[in-house]
Design a protein around this ligand. Structure first.
Ligand SMILES: Nc1ncnc2c1ncn2[C@@H]1O[C@H](COP(=O)(O)OP(=O)(O)OP(=O)(O)O)[C@@H](O)[C@H]1O
Length: 240
């Protein structure tokens, strides 16, 4: 089966610094790929490459068989940045319907997306008057409007309580079961265990690319946080 995402030898410089040093991985269609690693290791930069908004020094990024950022992908790839990108002076429904108009889909799609993130009861509220977690969900609703085939989510659960986090992860798995490929960055280890595959990054390099079960087996611990610490330590020793 052709991968939904194929990245090879990806090198990116930001300013004068090299921030990605030859990254390569595959994401199968309908899978949830977790992107983990310490702050500043390059997760957001890699996500920007997947959606085609990052200048790339060398290497290739192919999404749904097209070069990342290609025009046909515009409707097929959804991106939710860390800072919610919604208009604060519009209501949740107006924001989602605006996206529906841009994508040329029916307004009902916008209402469905609002339901998907559990914001029906706040649909008529101005985004500026929502809590941080509600704003994050409003942003996610907008990304869901066009039913994208690939969803790139930069720390989508930051600021959400455990119940909402659980609900959103359920939603992610439903989307994956329906064929959407999700790439989700996170700092939260219990979320790592919910992914089909994990990419662990450190200083712009992949330290691990495997299933949670395989990473647990490789490191000899059931605790993914401990597993990651062990992998990062052994990667540091290899570099030294
Ligand atoms: N606009 C920019 N110009 C120059 N360097 C940048 C820029 N944005 C990020 N960087 C650098 O690129 C590197 C990777 O940053 P990136 O935002 O991809 O990390 P991250 O893993 O997403 O971090 P976090 O978990 O804190 O969000 C960091 O060293 C950062 O300082």
């Amino acid at each position: 089966m052709e991968p939904a995402i194929a990245v090879d030898d990806l090198v990116v410089d930001r300013g004068k610094r090299r921030v990605l040093h030859g990254i390569g991985f595959r994401a199968a269609p309908g899978s949830v790929v977790g992107l983990l690693g310490p702050s500043g290791c390059g997760k957001t930069t890699l996500m920007r490459c997947l959606v085609g908004v990052q200048k790339v020094r060398s290497g290739t990024v192919t999404v749904l068989g097209e070069p990342a950022g290609a025009t046909p992908l515009r409707r097929r790839v959804g991106y939710v940045t860390q800072a919610p990108s919604v208009y604060t002076d519009l209501t949740v429904r107006e924001n989602a319907r605006y996206f529906a108009t841009v994508l040329g889909v029916a307004p009902a799609e916008a209402d469905r997306a609002i339901g998907d993130v559990g914001l029906e009861s706040h649909a008529g509220q101005l985004v500026g008057a929502l809590s941080g977690g509600q704003r994050t969900r409003a942003s996610l609703a907008c990304a869901l409007v066009g039913r994208p085939d690939v969803l790139v989510l930069d720390e989508p659960t930051v600021g959400l309580d455990p119940v909402l986090r659980h609900e959103l992860w359920q939603r992610f798995h439903e989307l994956a079961a329906a064929g959407t490929t999700l790439v989700v960055s996170s700092h939260v280890m219990d979320e790592a265990g919910r992914c089909d595959r994990l990419l662990l990054m450190r200083e712009g390099r992949l330290v691990a690319d495997d299933t949670p079960a395989a990473l647990r087996a490789e490191t000899g611990t059931d605790d993914l946080e401990e597993a990651f610490l062990r992998l990062i330590r052994s990667a540091s020793m290899e570099v030294a």
